[in-house]
Design a protein around this ligand. Structure first.
Ligand SMILES: [Cu+2]
Length: 284
């Protein structure tokens, strides 16, 4: 409720520019894994100044800074990934989507047979107007979706190098991006259906690795950072040969198809559009 209230409130005010971010006059501090990707540096004041967040994410785009990394430096290429496949199947009810268009589909990540990186297959459908609500982006988030389907519970992006998301990811230098920023590295979602496959070098199928995605979640956002829908990655049976992302093989199961009482679910289409227009393109 707080996040949504903040979002609505911001629609009616001028957006101030961050003044001192990233901070240059204080020692860099690394946040915990759960919080990394929300704010890459500890704020020096409470409440934060010049830095707004919605649903745990920075909402202002900073400038592109070539080669910018967090205190953890570049992400490392993930070698020796064990054979494993994980799929996240979107639930039949979207978490917070007032657009009237149900987003469905799945994303599958399988260890590259050569052990380096992960091969992802994305099959999403049902996106509403890109003009009104896009561009849509998606990320691997730090925590699983809660049992009630609440996408906010997934916190920020998987970000083992604590890069943060104030400065946009440069897709020509994916090692500098947040490991979980799949849209930043491989492209935003375009069109009503979205099907793409790619090799992602900076995620791991090794449980316990800071780059491991198999126990985490995927979140799809609209342009104003709203978390439209989300799903947990779950393991696909190791004897399965399917990596097509159809979500019909193996032992994978979808997150609960229905839920009630999501804490920040709400909003109306008119408000959604108005706020989205004000906020413009944002980093989620
Ligand atoms: Cu996200």
């Amino acid at each position: 409720m707080f996040a949504k209230t903040l979002l609505v409130a911001m629609g009616g005010m001028a957006l101030a520019s961050p003044q001192d971010y990233p901070p240059t006059t204080v020692p860099v501090s690394t946040l915990s894994t759960v919080e990394s990707g929300v704010l890459p540096y500890l704020p020096t004041q409470t409440p934060f100044t010049g830095l707004e967040t919605i649903e745990g994410a920075i909402v202002y785009d900073g400038p592109v800074v070539e080669g910018f990394t967090g205190p953890g430096g570049n992400a490392s290429i993930q070698n020796n990934n064990p054979a494993a496949t994980y799929v996240a199947i979107l639930p039949s009810t979207n978490f917070d989507n007032p657009t009237g268009s149900l987003i469905t589909g799945s994303i599958t990540g399988a260890a590259n047979p050569n052990g380096t990186g992960v091969l992802f297959t994305v099959n999403f459908a049902g996106f509403p107007s890109d003009t009104l609500y896009g561009p849509f982006v998606y990320h691997v988030h730090n925590l699983p979706v809660s049992s009630d389907g609440n996408c906010t519970a997934t916190m920020g992006h998987l970000d083992p190098t604590d890069r943060g998301e104030y400065h946009p990811c440069e897709n020509i230098a994916p090692e500098t991006c947040q490991a979980g920023d799949l849209a930043g590295k491989h492209g935003n979602i375009t069109g009503t259906t979205f099907q793409v496959s790619y090799e992602e070098l900076y995620l791991s199928t090794t449980p316990g690795s800071p780059y491991f995605f198999g126990d985490k979640s995927v979140v799809i956002h609209s342009s104003n950072t709203t978390r439209l829908t989300c799903a947990n990655f779950t393991p696909v049976a190791t004897n399965s040969t399917s990596t097509t992302g159809t979500g019909t093989t193996g032992t994978a199961s979808a997150t609960p198809s229905s839920y009630t009482g999501a804490a920040v679910k709400g909003g109306v289409p008119g408000m959604f559009v108005a706020v989205g227009a004000v906020l413009g393109s944002l980093i989620l």
